[in-house]
Design a protein around this ligand. Structure first.
Ligand code: ADP
Ligand code: MG
Length: 371
């Protein structure tokens, strides 16, 4: 008798969803990115009990058209990408159509949405665990979309227990992630709040509709931060004839012959002087083309150079790497936070020498704002 059988559809859905939505961070990241993709200029993130009871993201974006209600939460249904080839020219955060369907499988989930032409009348959408639309209700709503995720992992008891156990740490990580989105998103107002069961609603932080990342940083971290920061504006050219890492640069050249091999590193960093750094590396944000992501090798390189100037403190780092979309791959991990950079070695070498040169030229005695 054959022993290999197909896994039941419902179980496959739950397994796959658990890989897209792994923790509190992935829920918030997916919802905030959807709001940004919808062109929102105001995003409010509301937690209840640090996210254990509820996570709600409200935006004033374009809303969801009624024709899309049936498919909005179905797996691999997206309005953003239809062919794999489109990935390289991607200018949206989302592209896999997995977030909402996964949230249906792992939480008590609903959407309230209204477009400009709907007046103040919104549609409340409820879904089956599979992502199939269950019912449409009517409710008062401004233009935009509110997604509510209640009782995350209620149907996965082991994960739910883990989440409850680690909720303080998870919530801390989520605030750091939201800091990154709020700082990079120029022209978008962010408000993040938490409501504990017996407490009051507390605003964790908020930004205004600022025109620069510098103003966003002040809103999030306070004006004092400005004094210790200097502007980061490095131009890295990794053409074969240029600078260090020529071996790596050649690899890059073969991978993307006619592509630009230039990377701009823009942002803000603590002055490399004792007293201007921080006790812990708790405020370090990295972006590729304004997409918040984890870049451990880049982080390590910048920290190494900083430590060679300020041995006992860590830097505040806000670093946005601007580069050709062919020079990296966002489709590495299900949560899209890990980005693979092609020819990383040449990039890191070039970054380290440019940063060292910049720090060498910094006035190491008198602290001053160079922003
Ligand atoms: P993806 O973002 O990869 O397309 P999602 O599951 O996150 O997949 O979302 C599915 C679709 O739902 C999106 O392509 C978009 O059309 C719509 N959508 C999701 N969130 C919003 C929102 N906040 N505002 C408008 N449309 C949204
Ligand atoms: Mg999405």
């Amino acid at each position: 008798m054959a022993t290999i059988k197909a896994i039941e559809g419902r179980s496959v859905h739950q397994i796959q969803s658990g890989q897209v939505i792994v923790d509190l961070n992935s829920v918030v990241k997916e919802l905030v990115e959807n709001s940004l993709d919808a062109g929102a200029t105001s995003i409010e993130v509301r937690f209840k009990n640090q996210g254990l009871d509820s996570i709600e993201v409200q935006d004033n974006g374009k809303g969801i058209p009624p024709d899309d209600f049936d498919t909005v939460a179905l797996k691999h249904h997206t309005s953003k990408l239809s062919r794999y080839e489109d990935l390289t020219s991607l200018d949206t955060f989302g592209f896999r159509g997995e977030a909402l369907s996964s949230l249906c499988a792992l939480s008590k989930f609903h959407i309230l949405t209204a477009r400009a032409e709907d007046g103040a009348v919104g549609k409340k959408l409820d879904f089956e665990v599979s992502g199939k639309l269950k019912s449409i209700g009517v409710s008062a709503a401004q233009r935009g979309t509110t997604v509510t995720v209640d009782e995350l992992f209620y149907n996965l008891p082991v994960r739910r227990k883990e989440l409850e156990k680690n909720i303080k740490r998870e919530y801390g990580k989520v605030l750091s992630l939201l800091n990154a989105y709020a700082c990079i998103s120029v022209g978008v107002r962010f408000t993040v709040s938490n409501h504990m069961p017996k407490g009051k609603k507390v605003v964790a932080f908020s930004t205004k509709s600022n025109t620069t990342t510098k103003e966003n940083i002040v809103n999030v971290f306070g004006a004092k931060m400005l004094l210790s920061l200097m502007k980061l504006d490095l131009h890295l050219d990794m053409s074969p004839s240029n600078g260090p890492g020529t071996q790596g640069a050649r690899n890059w050249a073969t991978q993307a012959t006619d592509r630009s091999m230039e990377v701009q590193v823009q942002g803000h960093i603590s002055r490399p002087v004792f007293g201007e750094g921080r006790q812990a590396p708790d405020r370090q944000m990295f972006f590729v083309n304004s997409r918040p992501c984890q870049l451990p090798p880049v982080s390590k390189a910048i920290n190494e150079v900083y430590k060679s100037f300020n041995v006992s403190q860590s830097a505040f780092i806000f670093a946005n790497l601007i580069m050709d979309t062919h020079a990296y791959d966002v489709n590495v991990s299900p949560d899209k936070r890990t980005i693979m950079l092609h020819d990383q070695t040449a990039l890191l070498e070039s970054l380290k020498s440019a940063l060292t040169e910049m720090f060498d030229q910094t006035d190491h005695t008198v602290p001053q704002s160079t922003l």
